[in-house]
Design a protein around this ligand. Structure first.
Ligand code: TMP
Length: 233
C-alpha cells in the first residue's frame, strides 16, 4: 500500500520546530510499515531546509555564514534557498515520496514567502513562480505552523543563542528586532490564511508531548489511512 505523505513544519525562530519535528517523526514510527530491506527502515524521512542533500547543505553553509565582509542581500538569499530547494526536491523529497515514504520537512516554500518576501521585500509573485519551478509544483499535503506569542519564542531563541546552540548558526533571523519577529509571526499566519486546507496551526507554547499528541490527532483526521496501519499490524 502506498503511504507517501508530505508534511512541512513552519514557524518563526524559537518556536521549537526542530524538537517537535524529531518527536513527531519518532511518534509516527509504530504506525508505519517498515521498508522491505534487510535492516527494517521505517518509511519516514526527516529533513530540513535549507539543506537536505550534499549540494543543498553546501548552499546552507553559504546562506548561514557568508564570508565576512559581504552580507547577503535579500535577492541572493532568495536565489540560494530556491537553488537548495530545487536540489532537495529532485534528489531527496520526490524520490522518497516515490518510495511511499512519509516526508517530514522542517521549513519549506512558506519560509521563503515569509523571510524573503514579507521581511526581505522580494516580489511575492516572483517568489511564488520560482517556488513552483524549484518544487516542480510539489506542495505539502499538510503544513504544521508552530505559533506562539513572540515573547515566548524570543525567550527560547535568546537562551539558545546564549547556550551557543544551533549547530551551524543558520538562525539568520534569531538576532532580529522584536518588530521583525512580529512580522515573521504575522507572515506565517498570513500564509496559513491563504491555504487553510493545508495549514494546521499548533500552539507552540505547549510542551513537545502535547504538540505531538495534537499533531497525531490532526493526522488521524487528515490522513486516517496512514495511521490505520497501526490497527492492522
Ligand atoms: P532554522 O534551522 O532555525 O530553521 O534556520 C534556518 C534559517 O533560514 C531561518 O533563519 C530562516 C531562514 N530561511 C529563510 O530565510 N528562507 C527559507 O526559505 C528557509 C527555508 C529558511
Amino acid at each position: 500500500m502506498r503511504q507517501s505523505f508530505f508534511i512541512t513544519i513552519e514557524g518563526g525562530e524559537g518556536v521549537g520546530k526542530s524538537t517537535f519535528a524529531k518527536a513527531f517523526a519518532k511518534s509516527l514510527v509504530p504506525f508505519l510499515p517498515t521498508a522491505p530491506t534487510a535492516a527494517p527502515t521505517p518509511l519516514i524521512v526527516q529533513t530540513r531546509e535549507p539543506g537536505g542533500t550534499a549540494v543543498a547543505d553546501s548552499i546552507r553553509a553559504v546562506f548561514s555564514s557568508p564570508p565576512p565582509g559581504e552580507a547577503l542581500i535579500p535577492v541572493t538569499e532568495a536565489m540560494l534557498v530556491m537553488a537548495a530547494r530545487a536540489q532537495h526536491v529532485s534528489h531527496l523529497i520526490r524520490p522518497a515520496l516515490g518510495r511511499g515514504a512519509v516526508v517530514i520537512c522542517d521549513r519549506f516554500a512558506d519560509s521563503t514567502m515569509v523571510y524573503q518576501g514579507i521581511v526581505g521585500g522580494i516580489d511575492w509573485n516572483w517568489l511564488e513562480s520560482t517556488n513552483r519551478l524549484a518544487t516542480q509544483g510539489l506542495e505539502p499535503d499538510l503544513t504544521f505552523l508552530l505559533d506562539c506569542p513572540v515573547e515566548v519564542s524570543s525567550e527560547r531563541s535568546d537562551s539558545r543563542l546564549r547556550d551557543g546552540q544551533g549547530e551551524d548558526g543558520a538562525q539568520r533571523y534569531d538576532i532580529g528586532s522584536r518588530d521583525q519577529h512580529e512580522k515573521i509571526r504575522a507572515g506565517f499566519l498570513h500564509c496559513a490564511r491563504l491555504a487553510p486546507g493545508r495549514f494546521v496551526i499548533l500552539d507552540a507554547s505547549k510542551s513537545t508531548d502535547e504538540l505531538t499528541a495534537d499533531a497525531l490527532a490532526t493526522l488521524r483526521k487528515h490522513a486516517p489511512e496512514l495511521l490505520l496501519m497501526a490497527a492492522r499490524s
